[in-house]
Design a protein around this ligand. Structure first.
Ligand code: ATR
Length: 277
């Protein structure tokens, strides 16, 4: 089973370790190769991947959109989001998928299933690439409302148009409005890179309710400043490495057709991330 990852920079990626564990779970020999590539080398690298006869590969920053013209087909979900994180080679055809949004949903559902019952309110902070997948997946669930807070309100409006369901309501709010009404939300999701290897939080979390779940997709550090503030206020927290594991699990299942579990990997990954802090 030949697998890989394309992106830049990816030297410190955790994906080779994660997929090696999954291969072991299904008793399959295989390799997960890193194709670190610059913009200019992208076409050449994609050609190399084809020659290497991979079953599939992951795509990460900054090529989740740039990869699309090189693919033969897109599944509907990747097409709506406009980004691909997983490619499968099926009978010589390269098909693009996006497992980020559903990976996020599965991660938060595993830890806090109660969020998915009754009519709950969600706040998504950010409107970049990561927010698109997560927002789209949230709108397929039975939430009462999924609001978007973004520094640039126009980008929040663009993201809002991805919600074509009638059941889930969406409002674009400023950071000030979000802070003022923070006690309206059952789940608050930080989807930007703010807080990655830096001691800053994107929003202030005063007036947070204890039952609110605060989630951050940043996993370096594992406990971001945003999550620390939430925890200090007595709220529940959800850490970003669980999304990393679940999007990888869904990609692996697309390549192999076999089910794998993220639970045996979780503790070990937490130790690796804590060591790097
Ligand atoms: P992506 O999610 O596409 O990988 P990103 O840079 O991690 O890229 O995130 C982009 C999102 O982070 C955007 O919502 C961006 O806000 P703008 O639309 O206003 O640019 C948000 N973002 C990045 N840096 C920010 C900061 N310092 N403060 C507030 N929001 C920020």
């Amino acid at each position: 089973m030949k697998l890989g990852l394309i992106g830049y920079p990816i030297k410190h990626s955790l994906s080779p370790w994660i997929h090696k564990q999954f291969l072991q779970q299904i008793n399959q020999k295989g390799q997960y190769k890193l194709y670190e590539t610059s913009d200019i080398e992208l076409p050449e690298t994609i050609e190399k991947i084809k020659q290497d006869d991979l079953r599939g590969y992951n795509v990460t920053v900054p090529y989740k959109q740039a990869i699309i013209p090189y693919l033969d087909e897109l599944d509907i979900y990747a097409e709506k989001i406009g980004a691909v994180n997983t490619v499968v080679c099926d009978n010589g055809k390269w098909i693009g998928y996006n497992t980020d949004g559903l990976g996020y949903i599965q991660a938060v559902k595993a830890d806090y299933p109660e969020l998915f019952t009754g009519k709950k309110n969600v706040l998504v902070i950010g409107a970049g690439g990561a927010a698109r997948g997560i927002f789209y997946a949230l709108c397929q669930e039975s939430f009462e409302r999924v609001d978007i807070a973004n520094r640039t309100i126009e980008k929040a409006m663009t993201l809002k148009s991805l919600n074509q369901t009638k059941q889930v309501k969406t409002n674009c709010v400023t950071f000030e409005e979000a802070e003022k009404n923070i006690d309206n939300y059952h789940l608050i999701i930080q989807t930007t890179s703010v807080g990655m290897n830096e001691d800053v939080a994107i929003l202030s979390l005063d007036n947070l309710l204890h039952e609110t779940v605060v989630s951050d997709i940043v996993y370096q550090p594992l406990l971001t400043t945003f999550l620390r503030e939430a925890r200090d206020q007595g709220a529940k927290i959800h850490q970003g490495h669980t999304m990393l594991l679940n999007q990888a699990k869904l990609a692996f299942q697309k390549w192999t057709g076999k089910k794998v579990s993220v639970n045996p990997l979780r503790y070990n990954l937490e130790q690796q991330l804590k060591k790097d802090e």
